[in-house]
Each structure stands twice: as C-alpha cells, then as structure tokens.
Design a protein around this ligand. Sequence first.
Ligand code: HAM
Length: 451
Amino acid sequence: MQKAKGTYDVYGEYGRKVLALENILKDLMQVYNYEYFRTPIFESTELFHRGVGDTTDIVTKETYDFKDRGDRDMTLRPEGTAGIVRSYIENKYYGNPNVPSKIWYYGPMYRYERPQSGRFREFYQFGVEVFGSNDPLTDAEVISIPVNFYKMLGLKQIKVHINSLGDEESRNNYREALKAHFEPHLDTLCEDCKERFKKNPLRLLDCKVDKDLDVMKSVPKTIDYLNEESKKHFDKVCEYLTSMGIEYIVDPGCVRGLDYYTHTVFEVEASVEGFGAQNILCGGGRYNKLVGMIGGPETPGVGFALGMERLITALDFENISVVDEYSTDCYIIPMSDNEKAFSLSVCNALRMSGFKADMDYMSRNLKSNFKQSERLNSKYVIIIGEEEEKTNVLTIKDNKTKDEYKVELEDLVEFLDSKIDECDCCHGGECTCGDECHCGDECKCHSKEEK
Ligand code: HAM
C-alpha cells in the first residue's frame, strides 16, 4: 500500500521541525493576543462555493467533493477562511463585545492540484482572521504576523508584495476596465478564460494557460481604479507597515486567486534561487463582504494563511535549524531481569519530575547499552544492579565527561536538577545559556565571556 498522490508522511527530523514550528506559532499568537479556533475538516459544499467563489480554480477544479451517507454534498476544506467565517457567524461571535475578534487556526487543507515541489493535495496551513475592524491598522497587523515570524526564524530572502483591489465601487470600475481590455481579444483566450470573462473577469488574471499572451501582460492595474476612500485605506496600510520597519513592494500583479478580497491583498515570497515555482510562503488580505455573503451581519474581516511545507523548504534553503540537537537526559540500564521493575520505577519517577528519561527494553549487554545511550545522546546513564537496588544508592555516569557519581535515590531528582539545565555547557558542550547558568563560576560560558 502506498500513500495517496500529493500527500506525505511526517516522521523523524521533519516531525521535530513541524512540532517546533507549531510551538513557536502558538507562542506568537499569545504575544499578539489571538484566540484559537478549530473548525471541521469537511463542511457543506455550498459554503466553499459561496465563500471562496464559484469561478475560482480552487472551487471549479480543485475541491475534494463527496456525498455523505445521508446524500448531503460535502467538501474537504480547501482553505480555512470560509470555515472560520461560518463558525464566527454560527457561534454568534459577532456579539462578542471584545472587538475586533482576533482568531488563529491551524490544520490540514485539501486541494486536488497537480502535485509538484511545494504543492500538495493535503497540506497544512496556519492562519489568522480578524473580524470587526475596517481600520487599516488591522491590515498592517495581519501582514506583520508572517513577516515577523519569518524574521524571528531568521529567514532573510523574503519579499512582501502588497496591492489593493479597493472597495465594491473600485472593484466594479476595475471589472469594467478589464472587460474593455479583454473584449477585443476574446478569440485568442482559452475556453476557461472565455467563461471567466463572462462570469468574473478578475479571475482571468489567474490563468496559467494564457499568462504569456500580450493581452495578459498589458492588463490594467487595480491601483489605478481605486476611489478616494480605497486609496486612503491603502496609503494608511503602507504608512503603518513603514512605521513597523516592514519593507514591501507595491505589486499590481498581486490579485490573489480567491474571490472574497476587497482592499488590501498581500503575499510573501521566498526569493531564493532554485526554490521553485511554488515560492509563495503565505497570502491574505481584507474581505469586507464575506461575512455578509455567508449569512452573517455585514462585518469587515482581514486575514492570511501560510503553508507549513513551503516554510520548512524555505528554512532548509537558508540552512536554518529550528530543532535542538536530539538528546535525552537519562538512560537507565538494569543489569539483569531482576532489576527491571526497580529500574522502571526510577525511570517513571524521573519522567514524572520532568526529565527526558528512557531505559533499556531489549535486555542488552552493558556495552551495547552504552552504545544505545550514545544513539539517544543521553547526558547521563544510570546503572542499576543488585547492589544499587538493595542500598538505594545509584551509580550515575556523565556520558560526556565520563565522571561517575554515587547518589542516594531520594536525592536523585535534586542531583539531576543541579546538573541538567537548558544549557549543556556543564557537560563540556557549546554554551547556549546566556547570562544565567546554574553552575555559576564553573560555567564555560561565563569564562568564555570573561575571556
Ligand atoms: P492561499 O494563497 O490559497 O490563501 O493559501 C495560503 C498559503 O497556503 C499559500 O501561500 C501556500 O503557502 C499554502 N498553500 C496553498 N496551496 C497549497 C498546496 N497545494 N500545497 C502546499 N501549500 C499550499 C488562502 O488559503 C486564504 N484562505 C488565505 C487567507 C486567510 N486570506 C484571508 N484570510
């Protein structure tokens, strides 16, 4: 049996990267004061038709649709925004006096796309949605989240593209301009584009078939059709980004492939050579009509989503590691079957005290057990024989310095606490502890600083 096309398994080093990034994102959302939402992976098909848009590639070509056993039309979510909006409305979150509602989410999304590097059929998105404020401050805050996150991780080769589609009036003016632009060239367009022309000319700009035609290269720019109000909004977003020191490019080609956007749209690109065509790390924008379209009270919204897989590729490209070196605090070796129960109880007690502890489950001899402790990169090894069990005095070996200690069982946690810290400088390794280290004078980082 093999995994389905366009999907992938997570394990080993990749799994550690995913977990580390998820934890950083969770912490970041605390800093930004966002609330966690989780919505179902499948929703009624109609939600995505109304939300993402009937004429988008995502809905017309890429959704996983199925009928459930009750003959209802269901769809695996291709993105997170529509579900969050549905949940916001259904749970009457618009009644929450704490406005704006700032929400984050994370989970798998499904699109039946042609798989290639950076493009999967099941992929993970982290995203935020902010409801209830039309202030350009919220557009700027939302854009700052991925930009700060990428900067925090150390990504250097990123570019922020922003654009504005304007309010309804501006969008209507632009739609007319697009129609006038394409009308004389309809014969040269692909069948899909002819349909797009009739139903939703903005989607002509997503066409992957006609993208090299001259008529595509000379399309009008949304920015030139903004009314005063929309222009003011966009100028403010730019001003606020500048005030946060965020560099951006105003890019008329950034129109996004989903129908719900109004005003600001943005994308962050990994501009690393060799990254491949799927180099958009995240995208988002404002959608002031979506809540109303899905049946809620007219409420402005703005959000973005980033893809986990492309992020990890970008980190790999820039040689950035987000995981600590794999290690264990203690590895416990029972000398024979007789000491297994006692060893397990010691291991259990250490785990309950928060140490990363493991033990021999394979009845290895002493030599292979030391090999195993090295594979686990264990800082300490505890050897338990008949004598140790009888006297409750344990033999503990520092795996790096090879120093040996005799420690009473009741003092074990205190002993390890004094030895094991975030930093491993006490074990002769590279210092990572900053200023404060439990081992004081003998700490190598302090002597390094003094030098
Ligand atoms: P999107 O641009 O369709 O926007 O997707 C956001 C991000 O998800 C992309 O920039 C990319 O990193 C990742 N992504 C999309 N499709 C795939 C795929 N097939 N394989 C791997 N990664 C992928 C949205 O989904 C909007 N809901 C964003 C948003 C939120 N707008 C407002 N709020």
